[in-house]
Design a protein around this ligand. Structure first.
Ligand code: UD1
Ligand code: CA
Length: 469
């Protein structure tokens, strides 16, 4: 019996098509879902399987597609690329893959063939397809789905219920159009039988293309067994051809990601309004409120509350923090910190444990010390704020003189009066004070008070400034 014999398994991914229906400058397979390009989701499902080789057929935007995969695929498994120079159809793409990768000779091994536009596909389904294929000792096994078949190729069966052929929607007659079992374009093939079958395809169809689907008929006519396995969940193998399908697939993927995190102990008040990228890490007992978008390498620690309406990109949030109505990029928010509402943390903002960033505060490239408070209407950029310092409402670090950026340093326990302007470079010592409305142009020694506004007029300023250039 061949039933239990082990045969090596490899995979081919078809990702060379133009993706015209997306109407995009970006190759279709690089459109992201939950922050990760479509093709990478497909490859993520493949790379966890015990595969010998993975070959990706690239064509449209080949260089960009190859580079993106190489940069973003987090696996040791080598992925090979072959180029289909002219997009002559899925059958041609499969031929190119076999020929260019030396897969076209005889061989007892099996090949999973997967399109690059099925981002919801799960490894368990691919493994089940390969098992079905082997236990049935088939030449080809199709993954099919039973649901609304609009736009898809229909799987036509004979009177005995055996797979007869696949007909594309544009080539189908009324009886065929009425069939609701559709071709997912995900297959398992006996590799040694696929190559000769592909050589017998012809482009005589509505689109003038070489259809991979035609191998079903070719194999059957040459006396080989073709099986079909229906996917348990018909939404899993959906293909993305246009932006409406992209949005629908992303909604499904988002629901899957959210369910996983909720099972891991994350509270989401309204998961349908919570947007968590595939790359985000959450700890148990954090709580995401509606309108929260977490992107890139964002991490939220245990017991923290994020949202409503917070957008965090590549931002690390510690434990027990509160981050309301906040936009943050490449920021670090320590344990027990509160941020917002309506704060903007720009790259390089590091907020140490227990600090408070209040409403209408912007920070950039700033170290805010433990327990420090920047509670209202301030801009703190290119600055260091010492532990427990208190920054009064409306304080501004004037870090830019029109040419260069300069740093401001505020010492521990300093008390900066409301509406202070700190003209950088400048340093306020530990425990020093500034008066309300002061404009600080010179360093303030520890414990001292700076007050007043030195608004002298210098009529020669512009002239001298130009001379300096
Ligand atoms: C294909 C199937 C259809 C099935 C559907 C499932 C064929 C002829 N049709 O149609 O039966 O219901 O998938 O989603 O196979 N590609 C290439 N080179 C080409 C053409 C396409 O690499 O020359 C790649 C594309 O990048 C894409 C995949 O093959 O990732 C499928 O091509 P696509 O044009 O999306 O096929 P569908 O029309 O969706
Ligand atoms: Ca498709």
């Amino acid at each position: 019996m061949t039933q239990s014999t082990y045969r090596p398994l490899s995979a081919v991914v078809l990702a060379a098509g133009e993706g015209t229906r997306m109407r995009s400058e970006t190759p279709k397979v690089l459109h992201p879902l939950c922050g990760r390009p479509m093709l990478l989701h497909v490859l993520d499902a493949l790379t966890v399987l015990p595969l010998e080789r993975i070959v990706v057929v690239v064509g449209h935007g080949a260089e960009r597609v190859t580079k993106t995969v190489q940069e973003q695929l987090a696996t040791e498994m080598p992925v090979e690329f072959v180029e289909q120079r002219v997009p002559r159809g899925t059958g041609d793409a499969a031929s190119v893959a076999l020929t260019a990768s030396g897969f076209d000779g005889d061989g007892e091994d099996d090949l999973l063939l997967v399109p690059g536009d099925t981002p919801l596909l799960q490894p368990e389904t691919l493994a089940a397809l390969a098992r079905e294929h082997r236990s049935g000792d088939a030449a080809a096994t199709l993954l099919t789905a039973i649901s609304d078949p609009s736009g898809y190729g229909r799987v036509i069966r004979d009177e005995q219920g055996r797979v007869s052929h696949v007909v594309e929607q544009v080539d189908a007659d009324d009886a065929e159009l009425a069939v609701n079992e559709w071709n997912t374009s995900i297959y398992c093939f006996r590799r040694g039988l696929l190559a000769p079958a592909l050589r017998r395809l012809s482009p005589e169809n509505a689109q003038g293309e070489y259809y991979l689907t035609e191998v079903v008929e070719v194999l059957r006519e040459t006396g080989h067994l073709v099986l079909a396995m229906a996917a348990e969940d018909p939404t899993e193998p959906v293909g993305v051809n246009d932006r409406a399908q992209l949005a629908a697939a992303e909604t499904s993927l988002r629901a899957r990601i959210n369910q996983r995190w909720m099972r891991e102990g994350v509270t989401m008040t309204d998961p349908s309004r919570t947007y968590v990228d595939a790359s985000v890490e959450l700890e148990a007992d954090c709580h995401l409120l509606p309108g929260t978008m977490l992107e890139g390498r964002t991490v939220v620690g245990a017991g923290s509350v994020v949202g409503p309406e917070s957008h965090l990109v590549d931002t690390i949030v510690g434990e027990r923090a509160v981050v309301r109505q906040t936009v943050a990029t490449e920021a670090e928010i320590g344990d027990d910190v509160t941020v917002g509402p309506f704060a903007h943390l720009r790259p390089g903002s590091h907020i140490a444990a227990g600090a408070r960033i209040g409403n209408f505060v912007e920070t950039k490239n700033a170290e805010i010390g433990e327990g420090a408070k920047v509670n209202h209407l301030s801009y703190i950029g290119d600055a260091e704020v010492g532990d427990r310092a208190n920054i009064g409402a409306g304080t501004i670090t004037a870090n830019y003189d029109g040419r260069d950026k300069h740093r401001t340093k505020i010492g521990r326990d300093a008390r900066i009066g409301s509406n202070t302007v700190l003209r950088a470079p400048v340093e306020v010592g530990d425990g020093a004070y500034t008066g309300a409305g002061s404009v600080v142009t010179h360093d303030v020694p520890p414990g001292a008070l700076a007050k007043g506004v030195p608004a002298e007029i210098d009529e020669e300023w512009s002239a001298r400034r130009e001379d300096d250039d």
